[in-house]
Design a protein around this ligand. Structure first.
Ligand SMILES: [Fe+2]
Ligand SMILES: [Fe+2]
Length: 215
């Protein structure tokens, strides 16, 4: 097949994809209005029900806790990136998530500085002995860690007073959801994106989940 012919096929595929996308988008819009709003209501009620534990912390206290969670994630992915278990695109993805977590921690530290609040010392993290036993075990821990961060941000969002900090928290929350999807892809979860509405986690549940890691 000539290069032109093969380009033509690609163009045809694009047009077919575009039409299918338009059909799918129309269907998805109808489905969302029929069923999605109910799920959204549940998610909102859930976040409202789980945010109480975060309220007494105040914005600075929430950020101090989030800072430690981000350092936990960053250090965890740093161990994974250095473990030798991952190569090529898998290693790239683990390293990028590691960088995201440390970038989140840095941004939160800067905001704490702006608030005149203390940046907590880095906890002495403890990771499970088998964390880097093999790639599947490491990715299994990653798959349990990401939803903890997601649930924490989702609950804390309702408790935050500052809209600016809320906007920053949403941007991090979104990145954490993408981390979960990336980990799902590496874990061969099909389909990797299978959550329509995220789950909010009460503070106590988050604290219980991260306590074994030294927070
Ligand atoms: Fe993060
Ligand atoms: Fe993450």
């Amino acid at each position: 097949m000539s290069e032109v012919e093969s380009r033509g096929l690609i163009a045809l595929d694009r047009e077919t994809s575009r039409r299918n996308f338009l059909k799918t988008a129309a269907w998805a819009g109808a489905a969302l209005s029929a069923a999605g709003i109910g799920g959204f209501g549940v998610a909102v009620r859930q976040a409202q029900a789980t945010h109480e534990g975060y309220v007494p912390l105040g914005d600075a206290g929430i950020l101090q806790f989030a800072y430690q969670l981000e350092l936990l994630e960053g250090n965890f992915y740093a161990i994974g990136a250095d473990s030798g278990l991952f190569v090529d695109t898998f290693l790239d993805q683990i390293a990028v998530i590691r960088d995201h977590e440390f970038a989140h921690a840095e941004a939160i530290a800067a905001t704490l500085g702006d608030l005149g609040a203390e940046v907590p010392a880095e906890p002495a993290f403890t990771f499970p002995e088998d964390a880097t036993a093999d790639a599947a075990t490491f990715l299994g821990y990653a798959a349990t860690l990401e939803p903890v961060g997601i649930g924490a941000y989702q609950s804390a969002a309702v408790a935050l007073e500052s809209k600016d900090i809320l906007a920053a928290a949403i941007s991090i929350h979104n990145a954490e959801c993408q981390h979960r999807c990336a980990i799902n892809i590496m874990n061969l979860v099909v389909p990797p994106n299978d959550v329509a509405f995220e789950e909010a986690l009460p503070l106590a549940a988050v604290q219980d989940a991260v306590a074994p890691f030294g927070i």
